[in-house]
Design a protein around this ligand. Sequence first.
Ligand SMILES: [Zn+2]
Length: 215
Amino acid sequence: MRIVLLGPPGAGKGTQAKAMARELKLAHISTGDLLRQNVSSATPLGLEAKEYMNKGLLVPDLLVTKMLEDRFGQSDVKGGFILDGYPRTINQAKTLDSILDAKGMKIDIVFDLDSSEAVIVQRLSGRLVCKKCGALFHKINMPPKVSGVCDQCGGSLYQRDDDKEATIRKRLAVYREEVTALLEYYRAAKLLTTVSADDEASIVLKKIIDRARAL
Ligand SMILES: [Zn+2]
C-alpha cells in the first residue's frame, strides 16, 4: 500500500505517520528526514543540497525529487510506504506520479488530516521549551510541576517565536493557500480521504488504519 499523508502544521502528521508505518508495516518516508540523512551521510545529493542550505536558500525541488527516486528504489519500500511532507504542490504531485509510474507503482490513497484552526493554535501555542536543557512542556497537556520552571533541570521555560499565536496563524494561512489546489488534484483523482484530526491521536490513528485496511 502506498499512502500520501497531508495535514497542516500542528495536526500531528509526524506522529500519525510513524504510528501508521508501525501498524501497517510500511516504510515511513519523511522528506525532511530524507534530506537530513542525505546531508549527514554526505551523499552526492546531500552535498549538493548542503550548498543551498549553507547559503540559506531552499533546496531545489529537483534535488528532493532525486532523493525520493533513490529512496523508492530501496528494498524496504517494496512492501509499501507512507509519504510525509511531500508533495506540497500540484507540480510535485505530478512529479511524484511520474517517478512512481516509471517504477510501475502508484499512490493508493491520500489522507488529509483536517484540524480546526482553534485546536491547532491551542496545541502549538501552548508549547514551552526549557532554555537550559531543551525539554518540552505544554501549558495544558503537559504542564511543568512549577509554572515556568523545568521539571528536569530547574531551567526557565519560554515560548519559541514559531509557537506564538500570530506566527502560527500566519503559517496556517500560507499552508491553506498552498494546499487547496493539491487537495483538488487528489480529490479529482478519487484518492482523497479527509480525516478529522481534532480527536485524540489514538482515535485518529484508528480511523486511518480502518480505512486503509478496507482498501
Ligand atoms: Zn531543563
